[in-house]
Design a protein around this ligand. Structure first.
Ligand code: KG4
Ligand code: ZN
Length: 340
């Protein structure tokens, strides 16, 4: 049987990425990040779509070349349809249409959230059999989403908990912004937290009975707490960056883990996973490892390159949909909002 080679394209936010996957094995994964947003403290949609337009052709070209292939070798092109920024999604979607049409190959639309979860199925080589078994629970934590996903099968996922306001990544980014740490703030807080005392400050956690998350209250209490302290001492933030980072990170992790425990108990799963940008967080990784060890659960943590947005996860999702002949029509349009 001939090999199935999927070109994946991701352009939902501020990373332009292209990847090639051959029979489930990664061949290349190129990501061009957009530094242009840093000085604005967040992603500027207009600038993002313009940068995608500049990056998409060289990024795809490099991904195909690095895979040791030519455009004619590709079996299908998978692209992110949503959720994300409409202008950004349009660039990837339009490129995929043009590529599919000119090469006379099918197109596969991919849900970005489903792709974050399926990143766990990207094989490093043909002997890599270290993948989760169904059903498993995945904590999906990114800049836009915080969800507890019960994964029944590759293309059958159930959201059993979700955020009612901000996402965990947003909580990291907003708290970092309050402390003037730059954007995106998650990785900065992670780094500073390693040298700080996580018990130094206490912040209130939300009281929600079901499996849903909430992070906006935490951000507000952090803001008010700092406003009061800064009135007494204008150097308070500067003098306490390490302890503040460690304490806020610890609170976010506790909020995430509380519901995670509850979800494992409710579902009775034996294997768990984490996905999305926040899964790069070292404190969260340690908390998950400890918990999985205590409860004797199989734990799957993605490679760092598959935590934040990347096209390898789009290509692997496209690979599973390709086998089911779930192809997209040429008149397909991107969708800013999309559930799992
Ligand atoms: O999955 P992702 O790249 O994009 C979305 O789909 O949203 O996630 C980006 C988010 C940002 O909020 C960023 O601050 C956060 O992931 N992030 C982290 C870390 N690395 C990235 N948060 C905490 N610790 C990290 N090490
Ligand atoms: Zn993402």
């Amino acid at each position: 049987m001939s090999k199935v080679r999927i070109l994946g394209i991701e352009s939902s936010c501020d990373d332009t990425s292209a990847a090639v996957i051959e029979d489930g094995v990664i061949k290349s994964n190129i990501v061009a990040s957009q530094a242009v947003h840093e000085k604005y403290g967040g992603v500027v949609p207009e600038l993002a779509s313009r940068a995608h337009q500049q990056h998409i052709v060289p990024v795809v070209d490099t991904a195909i070349k690095e895979a040791g292939m030519k455009p004619e070798d590709i079996s299908a092109v998978a692209f992110t349809r949503g959720p994300g920024l409409l202008g950004s999604l349009l660039v990837g979607t339009s490129f995929a249409k043009g590529f599919a049409l000119s090469m006379n190959i099918p197109m596969v639309e991919v849900n970005h959230l489903q792709a974050h979860v399926l990143a766990h199925f990207i094989k490093a080589d043909e002997h890599d059999h270290n993948q989760p078994r169904f059903p498993f629970l995945c904590l999906l934590v990114s800049g836009g989403h915080s969800q507890l996903v019960l994964v029944h099968d590759y293309l059958n996922m159930e959201i059993i908990g979700t955020t009612i306001d901000d996402a965990a990544g947003e909580a990291f980014d907003k708290c970092a912004k309050i402390m003037d740490l730059g954007y995106p703030g998650g990785p900065v807080i992670d780094k500073l937290a390693k040298q700080g005392n996580a018990d130094a400050f206490k912040f209130n956690k939300p009281k929600i009975d079901n499996l849903d998350y909430s992070f906006s209250g935490l951000k507000t209490s952090f803001l008010y707490f700092l406003r009061d302290r800064m009135k007494e001492n204008p150097e308070f933030i500067n003098q306490n960056k390490l302890d503040l980072s460690a304490s806020i990170q610890r609170t976010i992790i506790e909020i995430l883990m509380d519901k995670f425990h509850k979800a494992v108990q409710q579902t009775g799963v034996k294997e768990v996973a984490v996905a999305g940008g926040v899964s790069a967080n070292s404190g969260l990784r340690i908390a998950l490892e400890q918990y999985a060890k205590e409860e004797q659960l199989g734990l799957f943590v993605p490679k760092f390159s598959y935590t934040t947005d990347n096209a390898a996860m789009i290509a692997i999702t496209g690979y599973y949909k390709y086998h089911q002949k779930l192809f997209a029509p040429q008149d397909i349009t991107p969708q800013a909002r999309m559930g799992l």
